[in-house]
Design a protein around this ligand. Structure first.
Ligand SMILES: *[C@@H]1O[C@H](CO)[C@@H](O)[C@H](O)[C@H]1NC(C)=O
Ligand SMILES: *[C@@H]1O[C@H](CO)[C@@H](O)[C@H](O)[C@H]1NC(C)=O
Ligand SMILES: *[C@@H]1O[C@H](CO)[C@@H](O)[C@H](O)[C@H]1NC(C)=O
Ligand SMILES: *[C@@H]1O[C@H](CO)[C@@H](O)[C@H](O)[C@H]1NC(C)=O
Ligand SMILES: *[C@@H]1O[C@H](CO)[C@@H](O)[C@H](O)[C@H]1NC(C)=O
Ligand SMILES: *[C@@H]1O[C@H](CO)[C@@H](O)[C@H](O)[C@H]1NC(C)=O
Ligand SMILES: *[C@@H]1O[C@H](CO)[C@@H](O)[C@H](O)[C@H]1NC(C)=O
Ligand SMILES: *[C@@H]1O[C@H](CO)[C@@H](O)[C@H](O)[C@H]1NC(C)=O
Length: 404
């Protein structure tokens, strides 16, 4: 027994001196640093919170308040997730009446020295600007202000967040004010950027130069961006890591620029014109010979979305061969012609939308694995095979209307 007891004290000693037990003590204790608790309360006080989203922000342990996460070891606040889950689109507030936070962002946030993650998305800060001091939250890795309806514009100080990896500013302003992008060049670690809905109509061509300097960028989302034209040539192209490029629903009225076809790392290119209000904005683009040459070589491409792009072309066999390596093919609402070869076999993408074109061929002889197949308004012919269920065992959606 005595031996056991001394073994226990030895263990206790080791735990204490190694700091392991110290960690436990903090977890079991109040779990929150007093200065940070006060800072959060101050932050709460300056906010508008009509539906009491922050009503759990009482008591000593601020690490257990809703939306707050702390580092287990140091008990400092590292994450503040105040995303409003009641609104999941940028449209109406109807279903979400009163759930959004608003008001002023208190500079007491600066007390949270280790804050790495800040999500204020889908709230309504109309009448208040994105505060300049956000640029002093040096440890931020993730900042999400999407759909948060701030007024004014982007503070230049955001460019000081050199550790930032994710920056989501999709529809973050309440009005589409002019935005400049010089500050972006300071965000040298950025891997994800979304500036959908911003008005860069006066920015000219330099915006592309700015993104081009962000060497780690993997995803760039610029939908509804109000760019009327892309640079047609771009010799200094340098997107070394870019995998996802979303330029959907811009007001392009030009051919698709050639430099797009030199981004070797690209896996997903979205030039569709889908937008929340249903406008058709991508106009008069043409699949020129350079596009075909580029596309032919994209063996890594997984998603190809080119709908409502007003593309007018005859699609030949190489295109169908290429499509076999895709997971999603969407070229709906174009003026594409050509015969889908019967020989395509079993490897068509899981999701295929060829609707509203002029494709021909025998219906439904392809694709064993397809789950969603939209073929309406084309010139496909032939009878629907009676054993369709056997041929397409994974099919969940099928539209073959308006063919003959
Ligand atoms: C820290 O806490 C989080 C959430 O309580 C938990 O998921 C994670 O595993 C913990 N990490 C360590 C190292 O204890
Ligand atoms: C946001 O809040 C303001 C009042 O502060 C209100 O006028 C405005 O309509 C709200 N925005 C939306 C999209 O509901
Ligand atoms: C930002 O928040 C929105 C809405 O909550 C979400 O849809 C989006 O995925 C988030 N962005 C990132 C990069 O996580
Ligand atoms: C932050 O950015 C502003 C504006 O770009 C600049 O004037 C300031 O010196 C920067 N502060 C720090 C600490 O880097
Ligand atoms: C797009 O830019 C034009 C000016 O070129 C401007 O009149 C229009 O309001 C902008 N639209 C949006 C949605 O930003
Ligand atoms: C597109 O550009 C052409 C000439 O480049 C012009 O004639 C046409 O009006 C433009 N269309 C729109 C909708 O702006
Ligand atoms: C296609 O890929 C091959 C092999 O990677 C390369 O040699 C060739 O230059 C590429 N062609 C075009 C047009 O990009
Ligand atoms: C289609 O399904 C077969 C059998 O499940 C599988 O072997 C094949 O890899 C699949 N093809 C694709 C492109 O997913």
């Amino acid at each position: 027994m005595g031996g056991n007891k001394s073994a226990t004290s030895a263990l206790l000693f080791i735990l204490l001196s190694s700091g392991i037990l110290h960690l436990e003590t903090i977890q079991l204790g109040s779990g929150c640093q007093e200065a940070e608790r006060k800072a959060l309360l101050q932050f709460k006080q300056s906010l508008r919170d009509p539906s009491g989203q922050l009503s759990s922000w009482v008591g000593e342990d601020c690490c257990s308040w809703s939306g707050v996460s702390c580092n287990n070891r140091t008990a400092s606040v590292i994450k503040l997730n105040l995303n409003n889950p009641f609104r999941d689109s940028f449209g109406s507030f109807e279903d979400d009446a009163g759930h959004e936070l608003g008001g002023e962002i208190s500079p007491s946030l600066l007390q949270l020295k280790d804050l790495e993650y800040l999500d204020l998305s889908m709230n309504n800060f109309t009448g208040f600007q994105v505060p300049e001091f956000i640029g002093s939250l040096k440890e931020l890795r993730y900042l999400n202000l999407s759909g948060s309806f701030f007024s004014g514009t982007i503070p230049q100080t955001l460019g000081n967040l050199s550790n930032l990896l994710y920056l989501d500013l999709n529809n973050f302003l309440d009005q589409s004010n002019q935005i400049d992008l010089e500050w972006l060049s300071g965000l040298s670690s950025l891997v994800y950027f979304n500036l959908g809905g911003a008005d860069l109509s006066k920015a000219g061509a330099y915006w592309l130069e700015v993104f081009n300097k962000l060497h780690y960028l993997i995803e760039l989302h610029l939908p509804n961006f109000n760019l009327s034209s892309l640079l047609l040539s771009f010799p200094s192209l340098n997107f070394a890591s870019l995998q996802v490029l979303d330029l959907s629903n811009n007001g392009f009225n030009s051919t698709i620029p050639h430099w797009l076809f030199n981004i070797a790392s690209l896996l997903s290119l979205d030039l569709s014109s889908n937008d929340l209000r249903g406008f058709i904005k991508l106009r008069s683009c043409q699949l020129g010979p350079k596009f075909s040459t580029w596309l032919r070589n994209q063996t890594e491409l997984r998603t190809l979305v080119l709908n409502k792009a007003r593309i007018s072309d005859t699609i030949s066999d190489w295109f169908w061969q290429l499509s076999l390596t895709l997971d999603e093919l969407d070229v709906a609402y174009n003026e594409l012609r050509g015969r889908v070869p019967n020989s395509l076999g079993f490897n068509f993408p899981a999701k295929v939308d060829l609707s509203f074109n002029n494709f021909e061929g025998r219906l439904l002889l392809w694709s064993f694995n397809v789950t969603k197949l939209y073929l309406r308004d084309n010139s496909f012919s032939g009878l629907i095979p009676t054993d369709i269920g056997q041929n397409l065992p994974f099919l969940t959606d099928l539209d073959i209307s308006f063919n003959f």
